[in-house]
Design a protein around this ligand. Structure first.
Ligand SMILES: Cc1cc2nc3c(=O)[nH]c(=O)nc-3n(C[C@H](O)[C@H](O)[C@H](O)COP(=O)(O)OP(=O)(O)OC[C@H]3O[C@@H](n4cnc5c(N)ncnc54)[C@H](O)[C@@H]3O)c2cc1C
Length: 379
């Protein structure tokens, strides 16, 4: 069957699913997307106005080529839709010079020739007085970085896929994804069962719910976003860079697009596990704010430490933090994208493109050896 006539289901039209639907529809596939809610909802991994986009990587330099591929698609998506989904304001990455994450950043810069500036602590005080850095810190300004708008992106991308012919079934949870003997996939909902040539399965934190026999562990954690008002003499400003702090008090932050507040988030060790993604506790207890308060008091003198807004999201994490991208064992027609471990938004257009490669051609030329499901041991 030619790629243009392939029928492909996309299960979960969130961050990855909307991108997969766009790339598949753009290549002429007949796409049906299913979501338990509607594209752009905030009950899962995407939401809270902003996500950091950055070229430098703190975890693993192997993501850099995927970020580059995503970067080209971010530009294309914005041009096709006429929406500002991403704003490049730069991003400051800071922390002790001998911190492993800072070393990964510097190694990636050297290996890939990434556009950046190293800023010494004296210059920091003049240029970016909103941060308090420690002696021995290294500060890198990633020039090709900024923020992405998650709700706008998912909704705009899903609509673009629909313009290109995709059909999206909103408020339609998929109950079962079953390989068909001899090839193809069946998708069962509460009301019907449809047959497809292939399926791209992108259920985010619901992956264990939908695929209970998955041989890899994806643990779901609850992540809090907190918004802070600046003091009068430290105005926020949407054009200021995003920031990531590594070391003993790690956090990241993004000035809000409306220029009024600054959003902060913490890394995974601060997140609580989620037993059932259908029952996410969206209430934040006072003690859960302590790490935010510590970060503000120590490193962000321009912010009032009492948050003015809180939101709770959830995300699937693998043990290695490397996502699962590729076919399910024994079934090349089911392509899984899951376990993005707090890092997936920036690369989501590349992931959608790779999903389209795998669903339509059974292979990709993109460098995904380190994240592929093929041959990956169970854990
Ligand atoms: C608080 C927070 C901050 C983050 N910050 C960043 C950042 O700054 N930069 C960055 O790059 N990444 C960041 N990430 C990570 C990034 O947001 C995620 O990796 C990404 O959104 C995951 O996308 P996904 O498609 O796997 O999940 P989702 O976007 O959650 O999509 C899953 C979709 O599947 C649907 N679904 C689930 N089950 C079913 C079913 N059975 N039937 C039909 N539909 C179903 C859901 O309704 C949902 O729409 C952050 C994550 C969190 C939680």
């Amino acid at each position: 069957m030619s790629a243009a006539r392939k029928r492909v289901a996309v299960v979960g039209v969130g961050t990855m699913g909307s991108q997969a639907a766009w790339r598949l529809a753009a290549r002429g596939a007949e796409v049906v997307g299913y979501d338990r809610y509607a594209p752009g909802h905030d009950r899962s991994a995407a939401g809270g106005e902003t996500r950091v986009f950055r070229s430098v990587q703190t975890h693993d330099g192997r993501y850099v080529p995927l970020v580059r591929h995503a970067d080209a698609l971010w530009k294309q998506l914005q041009a096709e839709t006429g929406r500002e989904l991403r704003r490049l304001t730069g991003a400051l990455v800071m922390g002790p010079a001998d911190d492993p994450e800072i070393r990964t950043v510097m190694d990636g810069i050297a290996e890939h020739g990434l556009d950046h500036e190293v800023i010494d602590t004296e210059a920091m005080a003049k240029r970016f007085p909103q941060f308090r850095v420690d002696d021995g810190d290294l500060v890198v300004l990633d020039s090709h970085a900024g923020f992405i708008r998650p709700e706008l992106t998912v909704q705009t991308t899903a609509r673009r896929a629909e313009e290109l012919g995709a059909r999206i079934r909103r408020y339609t949870p998929v109950r079962e994804v079953t390989p068909v003997a001899g090839g193809g996939v069946e998708i069962r909902t509460d009301t019907d069962t449809e047959r497809f040539d292939a399926a791209v399965v992108t259920p985010g934190p619901w992956v264990g719910d939908l695929l209970p026999d998955l041989p890899w562990e994806v643990s779901v954690y609850r992540a809090i976003s907190a918004w802070f008002l600046p003091h009068e003499d430290h105005p926020a400003d949407a054009e200021r860079p995003a920031f990531i702090r590594c070391g003993d008090i790690p956090f990241y932050g993004i000035p809000s697009p409306d220029g009024l507040t600054v959003k902060l988030g913490l890394p995974q060790p601060h997140h609580k596990p989620v037993d059932d993604p259908n029952r996410l506790n969206r209430t934040v207890a006072p003690e859960e704010l302590e790490a935010f308060t510590t970060a503000v008091r120590r490193h962000l003198p321009g912010l009032n430490p009492d948050p003015v807004r809180l939101s709770v999201f959830m995300e699937g994490y693998t043990d290695s933090t490397r996502p699962l991208v590729g076919p399910l064992p024994g079934c090349d027609d089911i392509v899984l994208l899951a376990g993005f471990s707090g890092q997936g938004f920036k690369i989501s257009p590349a992931m959608g493109d790779i999903a389209a490669d795998l669903a339509l051609e059974g292979r990709t030329s993109q460098p995904i050896d380190f994240i592929t499901t093929s041959g990956r041991s169970a854990a």
